[in-house]
Design a binder for this molecule. Structure first.
Ligand SMILES: Cc1ncc(COP(=O)(O)O)c(C=O)c1O
Length: 420
């Protein structure tokens, strides 16, 4: 199946008289014929359902769909993108160890990796994603367990050189985790370029309609967990009758371990209803992504021509710093554009407040055009100096192009620019 077809059909094939649409299984528990049946499920939880804190038929259908779209051996949904980032790392990294992260990642991920992980005694070493392989290699320590980056970074909109990062990680026998939220598997399949684990905030394009917060972890099944660096995959798990994950589950060891240990213990699994809503978004993901890209490229070109705009960042725009990498890794540059308005913060705010169609939202990748002013909103606690250090220009506006008619989007921008 091609992506458009997978979006509609992967993960759920109804049998005779069963519902056409993935049904919502609104039940925390499942019934067994005997205590022996329950015991057998505890011996091997992958054989049947135990409890909706870590598995549910509605959610599992969506997990299979996302795994099919990414080309992985399995996926596990989480209650948010943050939970996916957290668990993708904790599945392979513990206190006293470290990870290496691209410095250009989502601010919430920076908080998690730099500050909260520090409290868990996990060090995060940040690297410039444009650094050479030698420089990246130098950042990796003997206790480093993973490298992480974003396909299209939020909000920097830099494109990750996935092959370069994968080569460096693999040279050190550790996996590459890629946050593919902005690209989605429709625009980029990181496993094809050597990534080992993919994570998403499904709250963004996958959902698209802004109706559920969620995340997902997808396992490529390609990483060799028996290379000596990851004894938790080869040694018996005391918390699960001494199961050895690679021996028992082979290529799906990572994702099954994540569910059996971390989801069991942390319990950040989505509700069935959230997964149902996510599926509604996924069904049209492939067609939506094409239109986001087309609309955004038109808007980016318009901004580029405007004398009220100081700079435009959009990897799909010829001349953009990441245009060439984008051509290599992306089938489109998604719908998010960063612009700097001439005249700084005051003019940026005036522009945003003058928009009539586009809405002010702490969100991105919505089906409706929306804007955010990092200096005045998400990063408003920072001083001028701190904003500078974080690379946030006071005039920066993150413009998330939606699926309205392109002429309406442009008319709205034109009238708002005319106000400044
Ligand atoms: C690239 C990226 N990763 C992860 C997250 C966190 O996702 P969530 O808000 O679903 O927890 C976000 C949120 O904006 C994001 O943009």
């Amino acid at each position: 199946m091609k992506d458009e077809t997978k979006c509609l059909h992967a993960g759920y094939t109804p049998k005779n008289t069963e519902p056409r649409v993935v049904p919502i299984v609104q039940s925390t528990t499942y019934v067994y014929d005997s205590t022996a049946d329950v015991a057998a499920v505890f011996d091997d939880p992958t054989k049947s359902l135990i409890y909706s804190r870590f598995e549910n038929p509605t959610v599992m259908a969506i997990e299979d769909k996302i795994a099919a779209l990414e080309g992985g051996v399995g996926a596990m949904c989480t209650s948010s993108g943050q939970a996916a980032t957290l668990m993708s790392i904790l599945n392979i990294c513990k206190s006293g160890e470290s990870i290496v992260a691209s410095s250009q990642i989502y601010g919430g991920s920076v908080n998690l990796l730099a500050y909260t992980f520090k409290k868990l005694n996990i060090e995060c070493i940040f690297v410039d994603p444009d650094a050479s392989e030698e420089e990246l290699s130098k950042a990796i320590k003997p206790n480093t367990k993973a490298v992480i980056g974003e396909t299209i970074a939020n909000p920097a909109l830099s494109v990750l050189d996935i092959e370069k990062f994968a080569r460096v990680a693999h040279k050190h026998n550790i996996p590459l985790i890629v946050d593919n939220t902005f690209a989605t598997p429709v625009l980029c399949k990181p496993f094809e370029f050597g990534a080992d684990i993919v994570i998403h905030s499904t709250s963004k394009y996958m959902d698209g309609h802004a109706v559920q917060v969620g995340g997902v972890i997808v396992d490529s099944g390609n990483f060799d967990w028996t290379n000596g660096n990851f004894p938790e995959f080869t040694e018996p798990d005391e918390s699960y009758h001494g199961i050895r994950y690679v021996e028992t589950y082979g290529k799906a060891a990572y994702i099954i371990k994540a569910r059996m240990q971390l989801m069991r213990d942390f319990g950040c699994y989505p509700a069935a209803h959230s997964a149902f809503l996510l599926n509604m978004g996924l069904e049209t993901l492939a067609v939506r992504m094409k239109q986001y890209c087309e609309n955004a490229l038109t808007v980016a070109k318009f901004f580029k021509e405007s004398d009220k705009i100081e700079s435009v960042t959009y990897p799909g725009l010829e001349g953009d710093k990441y245009y060439e990498l984008g051509k290599k890794y992306l089938k489109g540059a998604s719908g998010v554009i960063a612009i700097v308005i001439k005249g700084g913060k005051e003019k940026a705010i005036k522009f945003m407040d003058s928009l009539k169609l586009a809405s002010n939202e702490v969100h991105v990748a919505d089906i409706r055009t929306c804007v955010l002013h990092p200096a005045g909103e998400t990063h408003r606690q920072l001083t001028e100096e701190q904003l500078k250090a974080a690379g946030i220009n006071p005039g920066l506006v993150r413009f998330s192009v939606g699926l309205e008619n392109i002429e309406d989007i442009l008319d709205d921008i034109k009238q708002a620019l005319a106000q400044i």
